[in-house]
Design a protein around this ligand. Structure first.
Ligand code: GAP
Length: 456
């Protein structure tokens, strides 16, 4: 179990207090497992997605980007196996009307009957569970105004299938040959009935998926490559290595398409859980779509005269789960001269706001100079101006959203054009000339970083 101050309740309450992430449709009492991201949540999530794109297409030449449709031809899901097999076993309680996952009724999952006494479903005196039924997780909707046969479509439960449908088109213009990848980020939808742990399991969520097409004989080698590359990526986001692990799936856990899968897991406050799945999907998807569509989905190597259906290695990550891991890993509480402080010790590159510019007082020309400093910095990094409340309260506010540096303008700043730079983690305050400030902060932002929680 985790050893630091963080709990899921503390993360939920900090996120709500600072408008990072909060329940959706709250004025109507909320909606199951659905959350909205506020200003700082959007900035944090965008940093996660940008870091993923950087790793996929910025740092490499063998991957191209795609943004495919959420609603695809319904036969997509016949071919992929989702219509027949993307199900959870569910039971209903005839007494309380609640629905539970049949495979989550044990003590380990700690799902509770909503009635008193608080027991596992099926163990209360009045519990009356039905037999388990398979329940498809895809959201159904219809194209056109009339709900008639043939117009039923589905919100995609994964972004991956759009990549397979476009394999031939992309191959045609990308001027790439296996090994090469197609990457995409976008929303997916699953009708999850399990009560989630905050944003860990939601009905709609963003995925960052990459399908890496390789010659069949090279599949295992590339599978191992992506296991390592993806673990490294999470460490580069600043997540502590001892809170990350790779877990290989047992044979009976493997999805219908996979010959090998490993999960990158993070030690959330609720225990070790999946952050990302890395699967060797073989040639299952391209073969299925070729059969169902009648299109040849293969690669012809003009040099060797060889024709083959590429195998696919798929690192599939969730933006919400990575964001939640960052929040949990960064959360800390300390004591500043007898006053409790909550702080997000995020990697500066991940922090929603890099620098806050704070005039000490709201007079004597300090706000004007602070605006000048803010304008100097805003093109270089995400900057915020704040003049409301005592300086201590403003520092606390920035600490809670993880801002690594606060620049304070005081009376001396007006005399000698210097400011103080307060460091979120060390709490040191250095005096820096305004003219040098953008480069000094850019240097700090680019510097190597490890979590200060490791030293604690
Ligand atoms: N294309 C393969 C695929 O979708 P997955 O393991 O079902 O594999 C990949 O999903 C990732 O998407 C997960 O590791 C997780 O990060 C995220 N994810 C899946 N279901 C989710 C949900 N209901 N809520 C939030 N994130 C989810």
């Amino acid at each position: 179990m985790p050893d630091d101050a963080v709990t899921m309740d503390k993360i939920v309450s900090l996120c709500k207090r600072r408008g990072i992430i909060f329940p959706a449709s709250e004025i109507y009492g909320g909606i199951a497992n659905t959350y909205d991201y506020g200003h700082y949540g959007v900035l944090l999530k965008r940093n996660v997605v940008d870091a993923w794109w950087q790793a996929m297409i910025g740092d490499r030449d063998d991957i191209v980007a795609l943004d495919s449709a959420i609603i695809q031809h319904p036969r997509t899901w016949e071919a992929s196996g989702h219509l027949a097999g993307f199900t959870d076993p569910l039971v209903d309680c005839r007494t309380c009307g609640q629905r539970f996952r049949a495979d989550h009724l044990d003590a380990e999952h700690d799902v509770r009957c909503p009635r008193k006494p608080s027991v596992l479903p099926g163990q209360g005196p009045d519990c009356n569970l039905t037999e388990a039924r398979e329940f498809n997780l895809m959201f159904e909707t219809t194209i056109g105004p009339v709900q008639e046969a043939g117009s039923t479509v589905y919100l995609r439960p994964e972004t991956a299938q759009g990549i397979f449908l476009d394999f031939k088109t992309v191959l045609g213009f990308a001027r790439r040959k296996p090994p090469f990848g197609i990457a995409q980020v976008g929303k997916s939808f699953r009708n999850e009935i399990t009560p989630g742990n905050f944003i860990f399991r939601t009905l709609e969520f963003e995925q960052m998926e990459m399908e890496y097409f390789v010659p069949p004989d090279d599949a295992h080698r590339w599978y191992l490559h992506w296991l390592e590359a993806r673990m490294d990526w999470y460490e580069r986001l600043g997540i502590r290595a001892d809170h990350l692990r790779l877990r290989a799936h047992e044979q009976d856990e493997l999805s219908h398409y996979s010959s090998a899968t490993s999960d990158v897991e993070y030690l959330y406050p609720i225990g070790w859980q999946e952050l990302e799945g890395i699967a060797n999907r073989g040639n299952f998807d391209l073969t299925q779509h070729a059969e169902h569509s009648g299109e040849k989905l293969e690669y012809f190597d003009q040099q060797s005269g060889e024709r083959y259906v590429p195998h696919v290695i798929e690192p599939a990550a969730g933006v919400g789960r990575a964001t939640l891991a960052l929040l949990c890993d960064a959360y800390d509480e300390d004591d500043l001269g007898g006053e409790a402080r909550t702080v997000l010790k995020l990697h500066p590159q991940m922090a929603p706001v890099k620098v806050a510019v704070l005039p000490l007082v709201r007079k004597d020309g300090q706000p004007e100079l602070a605006h000048e400093v803010r304008n100097l910095l805003r093109r270089r990094m995400q900057t915020e101006y704040d003049e409301g409340g005592s300086i201590g309260r403003r520092y606390r506010r920035q600490d809670e959203i993880g801002t690594p540096w606060c620049v304070t303008i005081d009376h001396q700043s007006l005399e000698d054009r210097t400011v103080t730079v307060r460091d979120r983690d060390t709490l040191t305050q250095d005096r820096v000339a305004i003219d040098e400030l953008p480069d000094v902060l850019a240097g700090k932002l680019a510097a190597p970083w490890t979590s200060p929680k490791l030293a604690a």
